[in-house]
Design a protein. Structure first.
Length: 232
């Protein structure tokens, strides 16, 4: 462990998100602090679409009562085109059907649903589509803090093509959870990965500590997998 002292010192400090350090000298890496909840974007999208359809159904009822004039003013024709496009996906649950349908939706449709973000790097769906599927593992990274450049712990996920996406923290419905940060990096610059050793966890297993090097850059990475109930 002595060779990893600089690494554990950083891990014991508050993270880049100002959350508690993930390493305890008496316990090792604290699993509860690295198996954090992430935003279920598919579920969020499903709820947005359901609310949109409920609103349109109510407007349609008012249209019938009003003899058509109210419906004309509200532009229900466009609204029901949206419903036709994604209605089947809502009923299909969270198996990726909603996301697949949204990929075929145009920008106007996404704007109407307030879902433009699904086509931005701030969205997990964007990365899942762009980087060949679901994230394959999480990473603890030691990177320079954006404010003072001091080494700090950053959370990230890695996709099947190797791309590393950093995470951001957000307060969603009074619960802190992690989302895509909107930035990350490919591994083209990494010429060598060296195993520095292993760090124990409070669950009795150990996690590998790697240093990624290349093009005058160095990065400490600790890869690990999460329980199956976590989204990514």
């Amino acid at each position: 462990m002595s060779d990893l002292q600089p690494v554990t010192t950083v891990l014991a400090q508050r993270t880049i998100y100002e959350t508690p350090g993930v390493f305890s000298p008496s316990q090792g890496i604290v699993s509860a602090l690295i198996n954090f909840p992430t935003l279920n974007e598919d579920l969020v999208i499903q709820r947005i679409i359901q609310e949109h359809q409920a609103k349109k159904a109510q407007e349609n009822s008012l249209w019938r009562i009003g003899g058509g004039l109210l419906g004309l003013c509200l532009g229900l024709g466009d609204g029901f085109q949206v419903g036709d496009l994604i209605g089947a996906a809502v009923g299909s649950g969270l198996g990726g059907g909603i996301s697949n349908e949204l990929q075929r939706a145009d920008e106007a449709t996404l704007r109407e649903l307030n879902l433009e973000w699904v086509n931005s790097p701030d969205s997990y769906i964007y990365h899942r589509k762009r980087h060949r599927g679901e994230a394959v593992r999480r990473l603890l990274l030691i990177m320079p803090h954006p404010q003072n450049s001091a080494p700090s712990t950053t959370f990230a996920v890695q996709f099947p093509d190797g791309y590393v996406a950093c995470l951001a923290i957000a307060d969603i419905a009074n619960q802190l959870m992690f989302t895509m940060a909107g930035y990350g990096f490919d591994l083209d610059w990494v010429g060598q990965k060296q195993n520095l050793g292993f760090i124990p966890t409070d669950l009795g297993n150990s996690l590998p500590v790697e240093i990624w090097s290349g093009q005058n850059q160095h990065l400490v990475a600790i890869p690990y997998n999460t329980p199956h109930q976590f989204i990514y």
